[in-house]
Design a protein around this ligand. Structure first.
Ligand code: ADP
Ligand code: TRP
Length: 336
């Protein structure tokens, strides 16, 4: 049986937090362990549309790569690379542009969200919208189709983009009456868990309510101590399911520890201060084996770069074949 090709991209965002780990990094690593043909890339061109700071832009990619490597990504099993190191993707995007209706881009959530925001603020509908944002789904389609992908694991917000990639592949195949591209399918990441942040809203770097995965103990402690609680006294009974501390604890503590905290909250006797200390210990303990590995990668950006370049070479071989076939199909000469 042929193995399904699984591919996904992550935007380098810098300073990854516990929500990123539980919602995106861990599910990918779990999935990669069971698959023989999988690809993970750092979607730096997708991040460029909104970040014009070359130093931060560069370091975000290194940080992202170091985090995945430290947390268990095995570059011998997963083809791990940077989008920008695969020039074939960008030429393929150009070919796809030729068959992609403008109306499809008008309907993309990423673009519509900006339009709606501008409208609500009484601004020109396209204020602040660059062509990178507008054509975002076509580049994403090129990422996916270049590697001959079957399955794209994504979060809910990216489902529409994968459906667009499928539509675009179909337009191309139909226009040229040849099945050049496989029609990719999305796979919704299994964990529906949304981790709350310090203030109870979704943990997000944009709300500055996050706890970073890799940080020093003091900063981590300060963050945990800032978690919002109500004014119930330690001996009062509390509902753990409405409690930020417990909602985070369940992801990092073991079953017995979780049961004990739950009981302490439900019966009374578990104060917020003590619960925060337990959470801090659980998070520290969870990431303790990864911390030194991460610091080591961060101290060796050249090694990280070499690993990513080696991954890029692997995917480029495949992408060249796809691109060459697509070029030939439209009447261009194949790649020599
Ligand atoms: P942020 O909201 O901090 O900007 P991103 O939008 O960059 O995070 O998210 C990157 C990935 O991390 C997303 O695909 C999503 O699956 C996951 N993620 C982000 N925040 C959370 C959260 N609070 N809980 C679970 N998963 C999350
Ligand atoms: N757009 C995705 C995000 O913001 C990242 C991404 C880029 C991607 N290209 C992709 C995801 C291809 C899956 C497949 O999260």
């Amino acid at each position: 049986m042929t193995q399904k090709v699984i591919l996904t991209g992550v935007k380098p965002t810098g300073s990854l937090h516990l929500g990123n780990y539980i919602g995106a990094i861990k599910p990918f690593l779990d999935m990669a362990r069971g698959s023989k043909d999988n690809y993970l890339f750092i979607a730096d061109y997708h991040a460029l549309n909104a970040l014009y700071d070359p130093v931060a832009f560069k370091s975000n990619s290194v940080e992202m790569a170091a985090a995945y490597l430290a947390l268990g990504l095995n570059p011998d099993e997963t083809v791990f690379y940077r989008q920008s190191d695969v020039p074939e993707v960008f030429e393929l995007m150009n070919l796809l542009c030729a068959v992609t209706p403008k109306g499809l881009m008008d309907r993309a959530h990423s673009y519509k969200a900006s339009v709606d925001k501008n409208r609500a603020e009484g601004k020109d509908v396209d204020a602040g919208v660059n062509m990178g944002l507008y054509t975002y789904p076509i580049l994403m389609a090129a990422d996916i189709l270049a590697a001959n992908t079957d399955i794209v694991p994504v979060g809910k917000d990216q489902v529409q983009h994968v459906e667009f990639a499928r539509d675009i592949a179909g337009y191309f195949n139909n226009t040229f009456k040849k099945d050049i591209f496989k029609l990719p399918e999305y796979r919704l990441e299994k964990t529906g868990a949304i981790l709350p942040g310090l203030d109870g809203r979704k943990m997000s770097k944009s709300y500055k309510n996050d706890i970073h995965i890799f940080t020093d103990s003091k900063t981590r402690k300060n963050a945990v101590m800032k978690i919002m609680t109500d004014s119930k006294l330690p001996n009062e009974a509390k509902n753990p399911d409405e409690n930020i501390i417990y909602q985070l604890y369940i992801h990092f503590a073991n079953d017995q520890q979780i049961a004990e905290m739950r009981e302490g909250f439900e019966k009374g006797g578990m104060g917020y201060g003590d619960a925060k200390k337990l959470l801090l210990a659980a998070v520290e303990n969870y990431f303790a084996p990864f911390d030194p590995v991460y610091n080591d990668y961060m101290a060796k950006p050249k090694l990280v770069n070499d690993l990513l370049m080696a991954g890029a070479l692997k995917v480029r071989k495949k992408a060249r074949e796809t691109l060459s076939e697509a070029r030939e199909t439209v009447g261009l000469h194949p790649i020599a």
